[in-house]
Structure formats: C-alpha cells, structure tokens
Write a protein that binds this ligand. Structure first.
Ligand code: NAD
Ligand code: MG
Length: 398
C-alpha cells in the first residue's frame, strides 16, 4: 500500500505540467497583466487560449509573443486579418461569441481568466463552469448580472472561482483559516475616485477626460468611469455577496483614498483583518492563478513607513447615488441587477462619447430600472432578453 502510494506520488511529479490558462479579454488591462505573469512563470503557467473583443492587431501581437494554441476574436469582421497573421505560425484562430464559449471548454484549458468587460463575460463564464473549468474571475459584471444563476451552476459543477478583483482577493485572504460563523461584516474599500473632493456642481459639468483620471489605479475606460460614479463599488458589494455568500447588509463600502488597504473583514469578537499592498493588480491576479497560493515577488513590496496616514471616511451617497444601487438591486432581486448593469454600460459609453453629462449616468440607470419588466427567477434566456431590452430603453432615453 505504502509503495503504491509512493509510485503514484512519483508519477504525479513526473507528469506535472504547467497549468493551461485561457485569457479572455487578453488585450485589456487585466488580460495583459495576466499574460505578463504567465510568461514570467513558464514552469507554472501556459497561455493556451487568448481572446479579445475587437482589437485584432493587439491580439495578433500577443499571439506572436505568447504562442497560444488558439486565438479568438469576438468581432467576426476581424477574422480574416487574424487568420492571415496567425495561420503561418500554426496558431489556430476563431471568431464570434460561440467560438469564445467553445474556446474556454477545450481540453487544453484548466483555468479561465475572465478579463472581458461588461455583459460579454457572462456567456463564456457559463460555458466554462458547465465544462468544469476553474475561473479566475475579473469580470465582476457576470456576478452582478446573474449571481444567483451562477451560484446554482457552480453547485452542480466541479469548477471553482478565485477572485481577481483586488477587494475580493483581500477578503478571500482575510477569510482564510477563519470560521465563517464568526464573520460580522465585509468592509470593501473604495478610493473615492477622481471626484471625491469635487462639489456636486463641478461634478455635473465633469468631462470624460476628468473622470478617466483615476487617482490610484490604471484600468480600462469602463471600470474607470464606474469608479468615478462609485457604480464600481456597488457592483463589488453585489460581487462579494455572491462570491462569499453573506447577506447584503453584512457588506459595506468605506472610502480609503490611499488604496493601500484593499479590503477588510470584521469578526464577531471585534477583530478586523485587512490585506494591504500597493495599488497593483499583479498580486490579486497571481493569487487567483495560484488558487490561493502566494507567488513570491508578485508585486513590488509596500513600504508601510512611506505612508504617514491611512485614512477612512464614509462615502457621500448624495454625491455618489450609484452606490445606493447595490442595496436597491439586492432588495429588488430577480433581473434588477441585470437591468442596472445594462443601463450603466449604455450610459457610460454615452458619457465617454460626450452625449450625456456625468450625473445623467445615474438618472439613465434609475429610469431604465423603473421601466423594465421584473422577472423574479430569471434563467439564461431572461438575462439575454433583459440585457437587450434595457440597452434599447437606455439608448432611447439618451
Ligand atoms: P479593458 O477595457 O482594459 O479590457 C477589456 C478586454 O475585454 C479587452 O481585451 C477587450 O478586447 C475584451 N472585450 C471587450 N468586449 C468583448 C467581447 N464582446 N467579447 C470578448 N472580449 C471582449 O478592461 P479591464 O480594465 O481589463 O477590465 C476587465 C474586467 O476586469 C472588467 O470586468 C473589470 O470590472 C474587471 N476588473 C478590472 C480591474 C483593473 O484593474 N483593470 C480591476 C478589477 C476588476
Ligand atoms: Mg476592485
């Protein structure tokens, strides 16, 4: 018996290969940082699939560098460019949403990093879960849109979810080794964004270029605007509810302008645990890829003595009403958060195009939320329909 175990152990060591990763949203902020970690650790990871939305030239450049087995572009109109560039290199190519869903289910994929932006993350994440693949979840919108549905799918699947969002990675690290019955509260930190010190009047006239100047984090355009409205924090409260299974009223946001404390957990004995680090996504990405194992040197060390003060304040919901949409969505339940997400995507795009003002983002969302039919227990087809209808309605009022 002993010998058999020993032989099995040796075989396990011998066949150990790098973990195969599919990076969807590979050309974005999270995607490129993920690929940097993967390429720095070829003994641990290999990018077998990379996928992007429309930026085919960036995808081709990444494919040349990282040599995946397959590169997928969601925009079918860009397919011939991708094929012409990658066929001579022996890299498989595909295009379209279904191709993206098929790609994450391949045998040469162990883990899927969901780094696409917005609603586009939902279908491939569902496909990956159904195929039993592990998920490193950056695309928080998936859990915002369909948290209950995804939770039920996960219960029937062998796939596990590892959070990439820095706040959720921090909470995951703080919960490690703890009895969840002792958890009183999850405290999610927020930088407060570029308008923390602006007056309401200034904010009404804010331009996209102002909102895109995030004080601490360098991220894609959509999440940067979500940070300026604090919609991002509302989404993160919903994301935390589904990831960690606590009630909405056990999760609160606190403004922490230095973005050093990435989030905290308060326990019933009064203790509060926090995870600290520089505002750098490399650590949470590496922690998710490693399934909660630490990767030495993942991010530059934080010199805590460089910070004379770490400060915390209550968020101003008068100035940032989008933050209240988390509790509103959780109170209403059903397809409400799907409506909020869709209206927000349309409103953010319109704000970036200069078509609406900063404060119109909130009013577009709330008007859409009140106009859309309520579905108590939405299935996948209901999410598709709700997303389409809410987008059309939000576009019509813009
Ligand atoms: P980004 O805009 O920089 O990149 C988005 C990526 O998604 C690009 O590769 C783009 O090609 C791809 N994409 C867009 N539409 C697509 C579609 N229809 N099908 C397939 N791919 C599509 O965004 P980001 O900042 O990297 O954010 C990605 C996700 O991670 C978001 O959900 C965001 O909320 C979350 N997140 C980001 C950060 C960060 O630091 N950037 C931190 C926490 C969470
Ligand atoms: Mg975050």
């Amino acid at each position: 018996m002993f010998l058999v175990n020993f032989v099995v152990e040796i075989q396990k060591t011998m066949v150990k290969t790098p973990k195969n990763i599919a990076v969807i949203g590979a050309t974005g902020s999270i995607g490129t940082q993920t690929l940097e970690i993967i390429s720095s650790h070829p003994e641990l990871y290999r990018a077998t699939v990379i996928a992007a939305g429309r930026r085919v030239d960036d995808l081709i450049a990444l494919a040349r560098k990282h040599r995946p087995a397959l590169a997928v572009i969601a925009d079918v109109n860009k397919y011939s460019v991708l094929l012409d560039a990658l066929e001579p290199l022996g890299i498989e190519t595909a295009a379209g949403e279904q191709a993206l869903c098929d790609a994450v289910c391949r045998d040469d994929v162990d883990m899927v990093v969901t780094a696409t932006v917005g609603y586009s993350g939902l279908a491939p994440t569902i496909a990956a879960i159904k195929a039993g693949k592990d998920i490193a979840l950056a695309n928080k919108e998936t859990l915002v849109v369909a948290g209950q549905y995804i939770t039920e799918l996960l219960a029937k699947s062998k796939s596990r979810v590892f959070p990439v969002d820095s706040e959720h990675s921090a909470i995951y690290q703080c919960l490690d080794g703890e009895d969840r019955a002792n958890v009183k509260k999850l405290i999610i930190t927020a930088s407060g964004g570029p308008f923390r010190k602006w007056t309401a009047e200034q904010m009404a006239n804010a331009k996209a270029s102002d909102a895109l100047k995030h004080p601490n984090w360098s991220m894609g355009a959509k999440i940067t605007i979500d940070s300026a409205t604090m919609m991002n924090k509302a989404f993160e409260i919903i994301e935390a509810k589904w990831l960690f299974g606590f009630d909405g009223d056990q999760i609160e946001a606190v403004v922490h302008p230095q973005s050093i404390v990435h989030s905290m957990v308060e326990f019933t004995d009064g203790a509060i645990k926090a995870q600290l680090g520089l505002p750098d996504m490399k650590l949470p990405i590496a922690y998710a890829l490693g399934e909660g194992k630490r990767l030495p040197g993942a991010e530059k060390p934080l010199r805590i003595s460089d910070y004379a003060a770490l400060t915390f304040e209550r968020p101003d919901i008068e100035k940032f009403p989008c933050l209240t949409l988390a509790q509103e969505a959780m109170r209403r339940g059903g397809n409400s958060a799907c409506v909020i997400n869709a209206a927000n995507e349309i409103a953010v795009a319109a704000f970036l195009d200069g078509k609406i003002g900063f404060n119109d983002i909130y009013s577009t969302i709330i008007r859409t939320l009140d106009a859309m039919p309520y579905i108590e227990t939405p299935g996948y087809a209901d999410f598709v329909a709700t997303n389409n209808e809410a987008r059309m309605f939000a576009t019509s009022i813009i």
